[in-house]
Design a protein around this ligand. Structure first.
Ligand code: N01
Length: 582
């Protein structure tokens, strides 16, 4: 029997079956959720649109794709054996290696037989009488489950701007977030790249090496810090693995969910000479930790100006053509949009066949058969790469018709911005959960740690519901409202809320401007989740529980009960404390 036929047969066999849980998506979130559900003895089915596991790392195969959180930390932490047996080859792992890791996890924990691939969930409808979800797919499946868990990813719905004349372009158009699996050979081609976010920053230097001409269309100049990527030696791995449990514990206590040196001193209290030295040292370490040079950089504009000036000077020092250098110098808050981490990005503009086109004042007018037109000037191209990002945080939910109580759809409820208690569940949608949903640290923490914490919390929650015989759980509206307000309040104290970015949804025309992730810091958030659980799921309404006062058995959440140590908590958490916790 072929693999396709086997999948089809499996789907038919399963079509009549009820599950305790259906999980949507087999990225890191879906895989770990499945592992925990199976460990608790729940029946579960995962539906995955792709042909394999890995989520983001399955789809984003563009040249140069790699993680910008160090690989030793961008990995699951739930299994000490897994930590010890896997060897990362580089400081920042390339996409194929992360995908291999995802496949290794799927095999090691025997996950595949519960996953149906090549199948996209199209609808999920709550049956109020039966208190369960009916889930439909684009392959005609219809299954029911007590719990429906959305593991759909924060950056999984590609943003494809509807440029005029798009269909008339003669060459291929690629999106970095849905890259062809067989790869693309740009040798000798005139290539256009639209966008200068993380995906573009990583792919541009590599595409430039192949293309005969490369034109980058930039709407907003980007802040980027060198990665200084390197191979990891066996000695390094041995030492790092010996200290793995301690590293994991330190990471959990950090606002970002991953560990790096962080100087909590304010930049504004340092002398200009000391600041320069501090920035040089942080630049030499490179990567996202550059923002840890001082504690007030994302809270005081004057402090931010000092790091912005330093980084602009670096760009001017690298890029030889002064006009191009000026165009590449951002004028917004440093680190306001997601900071980029690069290898040779700015240097690429010194290559004679690479051109930068400013589309900030005069946007891309249209695609023609032969290329792109801006301000009446035609740029002839053989291939176009849209590195235009994603409908972040809510885009993947919008693709599924999710209908809760009284026929209300999630899209309708979220029209003015997402509303979810703790970023885990939304009132009116009982037994529906989201992993790293809007209102949780998610994209502002290391994704895998954020995922693990949510999954562990959910596993304990579902275990508790079974222990006390509860049939449904959903947030109380007043607690959800208070949490959403708190998320907004905290975001207002950070400079990150001041610019237009996918954090606030404004990268897509027409979307409401709402700061979607929770910026108060990972440990502050974890503490809130722990308190909610300790309090018998405070802020949630449980139906059908025989003894709802029974203390929840903490099976998996225990490892997230890290002490809140103010010395290691960033200004994000300190800022959160300026606003009363709900
Ligand atoms: O997307 P982006 P991305 N005309 O939204 C431009 C994660 N990630 O895929 O800034 C012209 O950042 C847009 O311009 P502007 C990471 O969290 C991680 O690069 O809106 N330009 C912008 O320059 C990251 O932040 C890794 O003015 C248009 C670009 O397209 C997130 O994913 C690697 C346009 C989109 O940038 C998203 O990154 C990759 C238009 N109509 C991604 N529309 C690592 O771990 C959009 N743009 C390293």
């Amino acid at each position: 029997m072929t693999a396709d036929a086997a999948t089809r047969q499996q789907r038919q066999t399963e079509a009549e079956t009820d599950f305790d849980a259906v999980v949507v998506g087999a990225g890191f979130a879906g895989m770990y959720m499945l592992h925990r559900l199976r460990g608790l003895g729940f029946s579960a089915r995962v539906f995955e649109a792709g042909s394999g596991v890995g989520g983001t790392w399955y789809w984003n195969r563009y040249p140069g794709a790699r993680c910008d959180v160090e690989s030793m930390q961008y990995s699951f932490s739930f299994s000490e054996e897994l930590d010890q047996e896997w060897n990362w080859s580089e400081k920042y792992a390339p996409q194929p290696e992360i995908l291999s890791y995802a496949n290794h996890v799927a095999d090691r924990f025997d996950l595949r037989r519960h996953i149906v691939f090549d199948t996209r969930v199209t609808a999920a409808t709550f049956d109020e009488a039966a208190k369960c979800w009916s889930i439909e797919t684009d392959c005609g499946d219809r299954v029911s489950a007590r719990f429906c868990i959305m593991a759909v990813g924060c950056l999984s719905a590609p943003n494809r701007p509807n440029f005029r004349g798009l269909e008339g372009f003669r060459g291929p158009i690629y999106h970095t977030g849905e890259w062809p699996h067989q790869g693309v050979d740009f040798t000798g081609l005139r290539v256009g790249v639209i966008g200068t976010g993380s995906s573009a920053i990583q792919s541009i230097p590599i595409i430039a090496r192949e293309a005969s001409a490369l034109t980058v269309f930039q709407r907003t100049a980007t802040w980027s810090v060198p990665a200084w990527n390197e191979r990891l030696t066996p000695e390094y791995l041995q030492t790092a693995k010996a200290g793995y449990p301690a590293l994991r514990a330190k990471a959990r206590a950090r606002p970002t969910g991953f560990y790096f040196p962080f100087n909590t001193e304010p930049a504004l209290e340092a002398s200009p000479e000391d600041r320069e030295m501090q920035y040089e040292e942080a630049w030499a370490r490179g990567g996202l930790p550059f923002l840890g040079a001082y504690g007030d950089l994302l809270f005081e504009k004057a402090a931010n100006d000092t790091i912005a000036d330093f980084a602009r000077a670096k760009i001017r020092g690298i890029v030889k053509d002064p006009a191009t250098a000026e165009l590449l110098c951002p004028d917004n808050v440093f680190g306001c949009k997601r900071l980029c981490v690069d290898t040779g990005y700015f240097e690429t503009y010194n290559m004679p066949h690479v051109k930068l086109v400013d589309v900030s004042r005069t946007p891309i007018e249209r695609f023609t058969a032969d290329g792109i037109e801006v301000d009446g000037v035609g740029y002839p191209l053989d291939a176009i790469v849209c590195a235009t990002g994603f409908a972040a945080m809510t885009g993947s939910f919008d693709k599924i018709r999710i209908t809760g109580r009284n026929g209300l759809t999630l899209s309708e409820k979220w029209r003015a911005g997402p509303r979810a208690y703790l970023g885990i569940a939304s009132a009116g949608f009982p037994n529906l959960f989201m992993i790293t949903g809007p209102g949780s640290p998610s994209v502002l923490a290391s994704m895998i740690q954020a995922i693990e914490q949510h999954v562990d919390w959910l596993a304990d929650c579902l275990g508790y519901m079974r222990d006390v015989g509860a049939t449904s759980i959903e947030p109380a509206l007043k607690d959800e409202d208070a949490w959403v307000e708190h998320v907004n309040d905290v975001s207002a104290v950070s400079l990150r809320s001041t610019c237009s970015s996918w954090y606030v949804g404004t990268n897509i025309p027409g979307r409401p401007r709402v700061f979607m992730p929770y910026i108060g810091g990972f440990p502050v958030y974890v503490q809130k989740c722990n308190e909610v659980m300790n309090g018998g799921f405070e802020g949630f309404v449980l139906e059908g529980a025989q003894d709802s006062n029974a203390a929840p058995a903490v099976r998996y959440t225990e490892r997230w009960r890290v002490p809140l140590d103010i010395d290691v908590i960033s200004p994000a958490a300190v800022a959160a404390r300026r606003v009363p916790m709900v």
